[in-house]
Structure formats: structure tokens, C-alpha cells
Design a protein around this ligand. Sequence first.
Ligand SMILES: NC(=O)c1ccc[n+]([C@@H]2O[C@H](COP(=O)([O-])OP(=O)(O)OC[C@H]3O[C@@H](n4cnc5c(N)ncnc54)[C@H](O)[C@@H]3O)[C@@H](O)[C@H]2O)c1
Length: 356
Amino acid sequence: MSAGAILVTGGAGFIGANFVLAWIAAEGAPVVNLDKLTYAGNLDSLARLKGDTRHRFVKGDIGDRALVASLLREHKPRAIVHFAAESHVDRSIHGPADFVQTNVMGSFALLEETRAYWSQLPSAEQDRFRFLHVSTDEVYGSLGPRDPAFTEETPYAPNSPYSASKAASDHLVRSYHHTYGLPTVTTNCSNNYGPYQFPEKLIPLMILNALQRKPLPVYGDGRNVRDWLFVSDHCEAVRVALARGRPGETYNIGGNAEKTNIDVVRAVCAILDELRPDAAPHEKLISYVQDRPGHDRRYAIDAGKMRNELGWAPRERFDSGLRRTVEWYLDNMKWVDGVASGEYRNWIDLNYGKRA
Ligand SMILES: NC(=O)c1ccc[n+]([C@@H]2O[C@H](COP(=O)([O-])OP(=O)(O)OC[C@H]3O[C@@H](n4cnc5c(N)ncnc54)[C@H](O)[C@@H]3O)[C@@H](O)[C@H]2O)c1
């Protein structure tokens, strides 16, 4: 693969696939995409790149050190953008082991091989190299209704096995900068939504259940608050942090769009009422289910550092981004059918089985 390649991990997942598509469109530079293709990975999301020599897909595990070492040797990437993770909080409650394995041990293996590769680069290339670690706002724990938003200085207080495993990887990344000088940048982002999101997550789950006239399961009282960011805005923020972020720094990324879960679900219903009036009102499908254990009440992101230091701000408003998302799912039912396998349906039954 030609010079200037980057290595992306988890590039067949929701954000990773959006990132790879946007990267090749915006930068035109080659991408080596290492992804294990777990239930969450889907090559259909990258179908547009079929035959494009700038995209080289490699099926494999970030924890496979021999594989990672050989990819680094062969492609000599100038940066690594690390998305690969087990990413679903609910799954981490039912089975935390995979989260520790991939998010902690896998990230550790990737860091070790990156360190070995980076330490042998000529010093100018060492300076230019970046390891960009993609993380979450969930590492900061839960906010009360009037608490100020998370900043990069907010102490870590992860509450789920998912956020604890991501926090652990953030700490490892931090330590590789401080101890070995590896030029790392970490981004902590709020909830993403948009095309290609696996339908276990809130927004696509609601869209697809509503289309099938199935109940729309809302945890607890539905008043949990999340900040929402359209996925292309996240991808652009990662590109900006990669280009201009200072090594050793962390940057919070958010959409300035705090919403309660129930408001998000109602907004999805309102758009579907317009686009599929025969089945209106979709709100009648809302069904409250038993809250998940340890459910964080509120997350909010202060993205001032991204704005002031790197000049990034989200472009998409929540209402227009949500409409684009609903329309995308309606137009891409073939993609949906491809991911909604038997395994996925069993998972939905296991997780949302209990009514409130
Ligand atoms: N989705 C969000 O709202 C959100 C918000 C903030 C941060 N993040 C972070 O962004 C990253 C991507 O999230 P996402 O929503 O796209 O996740 P996702 O679950 O949709 O995709 C994860 C991808 O990683 C791959 N993968 C998993 N384990 C692997 C392993 N051991 N080796 C190689 N590949 C592996 C999967 O096959 C999948 O393609 C994660 O690190 C997540 O913590 C997500």
C-alpha cells in the first residue's frame, strides 16, 4: 500500500465505517482496516469501497500481536486510529469478559506493538506519528440535573463494565505517552447516531421496531439524558484531532444536544408519523421496561477545548440529523436485513424481555 497510509481498527463498525468512508472521500489517502468482524462489524457498510485500492480490509483481532506487528511492518502507517471495541453497555452487563478482553487487553496489545514499531522510526517520523484513541464520555460517570458538563478535567468515575474497560484503555494510552513518549491523542465523545448504526442501539432500535409495529422499549422513566452527536460530525472531529491535536492531550467531543431518552423516542415517532402516516401515531408503541442496572442518569459534554483549540464544532442539528437518520434506515432496509440475524433477535429478547 502506498505511503501515507493510516491503520484504522474497528473500521467495519458503526463509527469506524463512517470514518473510513469519510477519510477516503476527504483525504484520498489509503486505509488499512483491521476488524475482527464481531456481531457489530459489517462489511456491507463499506460496500461503496469495493474495488477501491485505497481500502485494504484485514479480518483480525487487535489482540493478535503477530498480526498487528506484520501489518505495521508491511504498511508503515503514519497514524493509528483506534475504534475497535466492544461498545454496547447492555451487553457489558450480561457479559463483561469480552469487554475486558478487547477494550483492555486488546488495546494493551495494540499499544505494545505500536510502541515497538514507533520506537524504530526515524525521529522526524516519530514526531509526526499519532496514535488516536477513540473513547467515550461514559468514563466520567453520571451527572445530576444541574451539574456542569464534563470537561477534560472531570475525574473518571466509570459505572458500567463497558465504561470501566474504556477508562482502563484511556489510562493505558495516557501512560504510553507519559512513560514512553508515544504521541497519543485521546478523544471522549458523547452518544453518536446516524447511518450504519447496529440496531441494538437506541435510535435505530426505535426506528426499526416502529416500522414493524413492535413495542418501543424505554428504560425506567425515560428521563435519562444523553448528549447526541451526528456520526459525520464525530468523524470530522477525529480527523481534526488527528491533524491538529497535541500529543498527550485529551479532547471532549459533543453535539450540544442534551435530550432525554423519551424525547428522542418521541422525536423518532414524529418523523415516522410524517413519513409513514398510515401507521401514525407511532407513539402508541412506546412501552416502559425495567431500568437497566446502574443506568447513568445524565451525560453532558463541554466541547470548548475542541472548539477553542482545534476550531471544531458540530455542523448537524439534532432535528435535521435525526431526520436524515430515519430516512437513511427507510432507504437501506437491505443493509438492515443483513445485520438483523438470529443472534441479534435473541439478544433483543434477552435484554428487553422484562416489562416495567
Ligand atoms: N457509538 C457511540 O455512541 C460511541 C460514543 C463514543 C465513543 N464510542 C467509541 O467509538 C468506538 C466505535 O464505536 P461504535 O459504536 O462504532 O462500535 P461498534 O460496536 O459499532 O463497532 C466496533 C467494531 O470493532 C470491531 N471489533 C470488536 N472487537 C475487536 C477486536 N478484538 N479486534 C478487532 N476489531 C474488533 C467490531 O467487529 C466492530 O466492527 C468504540 O471504541 C466506542 O467505545 C462510541
